[in-house]
Design a protein around this ligand. Structure first.
Ligand SMILES: [Zn+2]
Length: 231
C-alpha cells in the first residue's frame, strides 16, 4: 500500500486509507463507579453503528456494536458489567442498612433489651451512618418486631427477620473484602455480648448473619469465640 500524505504534509500510515469508525448513540444514563477515574460519575450508555471508512469517509455499514458505558468525566468506555459495581454512595447506604438490620436482629434475638445491649447497638448504628439513632428508637423497633412476629428467632414468625437479614446482607457481601464481612459479624457479636454470654437465640441470629455474609460455619464459630475475648 502507498503511504498517504496528511493535510499538514506528514506521511501517515496505510491504516488511514481503510478503517472503521463507530458512531455512538446515547440510550440511557445514570451514575456509576468509574474504575478509570475512581469515583461516582455520571455515565451514558451508548450503542454504536460501525462504518467501514475509506480515507476517513464512511462508506459501508459494518453492523452495530456495544452497548458500552462511557464515563462523563474521563470519557473511557467500559462493558456494561461495570454497572454491577455499586456507586460509593449506594455502597455506603447498603452498609448502613446492613448494620441497622443486623443490630435489630441481634437485639430481637436477645428478647428484652438490656440497656447495655441497646447502647452497644446504637453506637454501631450511629457509626455506620444513622447519626441520629438513639437507644430509645432501637428499643421501640425491637418491641414493634416482637409484637408483630412473636419472639423473633424462636417461633415460625421469626423467619421474617432472617429473610430481612438475607435481603440486607447478600447483595452487599460480594462487594465487601473478607475483613469487612468479618468486622460486620464481630460488631453483631459484641452487641449480643453486651448483656452477657450468647443465648441460643443470639447464636442462631449470628449464624444467620454469618451465612448471609457467606462466612463459612467454622469461621463463624471462630469469630464468635474471638468476640468473647476482651481486646
Ligand atoms: Zn471515569
Amino acid at each position: 500500500m502507498l503511504p498517504v500524505r496528511g493535510r499538514d504534509g506528514r506521511t501517515t500510515g496505510p491504516a488511514r486509507i481503510l478503517g472503521t469508525r463507530t458512531a455512538w448513540t446515547p440510550v440511557g444514563d445514570g451514575q456509576f463507579f468509574c474504575p478509570g477515574c475512581g469515583g461516582d460519575r455520571n455515565y451514558q450508555r451508548l450503542t454504536g453503528r460501525r462504518r467501514f471508512t475509506l480515507l476517513g469517509v464512511p462508506v459501508l455499514p459494518r453492523g452495530t456494536t456495544g452497548p458500552v458505558v462511557e464515563c462523563a468525566a474521563c470519557r473511557h468506555h467500559y462493558g456494561t458489567d461495570v454497572l454491577d459495581h455499586p456507586t460509593t454512595t449506594r455502597f455506603s447506604a447498603m452498609l448502613r442498612d446492613a448494620v441497622h438490620t443486623v443490630a435489630l436482629a441481634v437485639l430481637a434475638a436477645g428478647g428484652t433489651c438490656a440497656r447495655t445491649s441497646l447502647e452497644a447497638a446504637a453506637v454501631a448504628v450511629r457509626a455506620a451512618g444513622f447519626e441520629d439513632a438513639t437507644e430509645e428508637q432501637l428499643g421501640a423497633l425491637v418491641d414493634a418486631l416482637a409484637a408483630d412476629t412473636g419472639r423473633v428467632f424462636e417461633q415460625p414468625g421469626g423467619a421474617s427477620l432472617a429473610i430481612e437479614l438475607h435481603e440486607a446482607l447478600e447483595p452487599l457481601a460480594p462487594h465487601l473484602a473478607p475483613a469487612g464481612r468479618e468486622s460486620l459479624l464481630l460488631q453483631a457479636a459484641r452487641i449480643a455480648l453486651a448483656d452477657g454470654p450468647y443465648t441460643n437465640a443470639e447464636r442462631e441470629a449470628l449464624g444467620t448473619v454469618g451465612a448471609a455474609l457467606t462466612i463459612c460455619a467454622d469461621d463463624v464459630s471462630r469469630l464468635l469465640a474471638a468476640a468473647r475475648t476482651p481486646s
